[in-house]
Write a protein that binds this ligand. Structure first.
Ligand SMILES: NC(=O)c1ccc[n+]([C@@H]2O[C@H](COP(=O)([O-])OP(=O)(O)OC[C@H]3O[C@@H](n4cnc5c(N)ncnc54)[C@H](O)[C@@H]3O)[C@@H](O)[C@H]2O)c1
Length: 343
């Protein structure tokens, strides 16, 4: 397996690389990433000199450069994570979401189509190539107080971010059906864990607690998300890449629904426990702010298909995962400083 990971310098991509690089089946692991504000070589310091690891500083919007990477490294498998990923940024500036998430995915699919055809003529093995598209549960829109997203829930994206991801999912589906490109898609719920850039809820809250700043909570704080520890997501992705059925979609979730406000309170209490010298009573920093426009109320995943077919379930409970995450941010002041300065 010569594996290409796009977006490997981001949050999930870097955790994924750490998680799988020592798998014996991988001969070479190429990370294609143009290092936007969200991509940080610091996330990959531990693997930078690994004999299998190659970094390609390429922008997916550059089609020729993308084709070149697949050709030069004889890529056989692709895990596509590169994207603009922050909903709030998609509301204030949707343009990059269209060019990277939609046009960038199209460029990559075209590069894959020609790599796959070359591979077929070289070794006449149709199944030797695989494209794994990493997507989000946000494509399904918003749930009421009950119900779960399944793989057959109709798409109803509500933000420019989720609309751009839904578009990219449709392109992958079309390349599979039209050209037969071997492909799988995963739609995952909200991730948390080490190396998440401090613009998303959990790191924003942890760092606000540490810096004794107001902790912003949108609206009434009762929006519900299904949280998954990032290394559990990485393991699910590996299982789908290597064992998932061709042309299938798998939902990945943590069976772990939390209202935003409850998570914020939990993190405040953990910071009080780990850092009593900060004075305690961190919950008093919670500050309700104007809600995000079009804020989806509830997401929740039915992950029974991946459990049934591939035997995957999350290994971490939210209690263990969030403790590890809070500790990691407390111990990683240099990382926080480096990525914040760059952004
Ligand atoms: N974070 C979540 O909770 C979550 C949940 C479900 C799905 N996803 C999906 O998983 C993927 C990874 O998410 P993340 O949170 O790690 O994102 P991230 O924002 O942390 O990282 C994105 C990475 O992509 C790179 N990138 C962006 N535009 C690029 C371009 N044009 N060319 C090359 N590289 C580019 C960035 O430099 C960065 O390293 C995304 O596709 C996202 O939609 C994320």
């Amino acid at each position: 397996m010569n594996l290409l990971i796009t977006g490997g310098a981001g949050f999930i991509g870097s955790n994924l690389i750490h998680h799988i690089i020592d798998q014996p089946v991988i001969q070479r692991l190429v990370n294609l990433d143009c290092l936007t504000y969200a991509g940080h070589p610091e996330n990959l310091a531990a693997v930078a000199r690994h004999p299998k690891y190659v970094f390609e500083p390429v922008d997916l919007r550059d089609k020729e450069a993308t084709v070149r990477v697949l050709r030069d490294h004889h890529i056989t498998h692709v895990m596509h994570l590169a994207a603009e990923s922050h909903v709030d940024r998609s509301i204030t500036g949707p343009g990059d979401f269209i060019t990277t998430n939609i046009v960038g995915t199209f460029n990559l699919l075209e590069a894959c189509r020609s790599a796959w055809l070359n591979l077929q003529s070289a070794i006449s093995n149709l199944q030797s190539f695989r494209f794994h598209h990493v997507s989000t549960d946000e494509v399904y829109g918003s749930l009421g107080p009950t119900g779960l997203f399944t793989e057959t829930t109709p798409y109803a994206p509500n933000s420019p971010y989720s609309a751009s991801k839904a578009s990219s999912d449709m392109l992958v589906r079309a390349y599979h059906h039209t050209y037969g490109l071997p492909a799988v898609i995963t739609n995952c719920s909200n991730n948390y864990g080490p190396y998440q850039f401090p613009e998303k809820l959990i790191p924003v809250v942890i760092l606000s607690c540490l810096n004794r700043k107001p902790i912003p909570v949108y609206g009434d704080g009762m929006n519900v998300r299904d949280w998954l520890f990032v290394r559990d997501h990485a393991e699910a992705l590996w299982q789908v890449l290597t064992r998932g059925r061709d042309g299938e979609t798998y939902n990945i979730g943590g069976h772990n629904e939390w209202a935003n406000l409850r998570i914020v309170e939990l993190i405040c209490d953990l910071v009080d426990e780990f850092k009593p010298t900060l004075g305690g009573n961190t919950r008093r920093l919670i500050t309700f702010v104007k809600d995000r426009p079009g804020h989806d109320r509830r997401y929740a995943i039915d992950a029974s298909k991946i459990q049934r077919e591939l035997g995957w379930t999350p290994a971490h409970t939210f209690e263990t995962g969030i403790r590890e995450t809070v500790k990691w941010y407390l111990d990683s002041a240099d990382w926080v400083r480096a990525v914040s300065t760059k952004a």
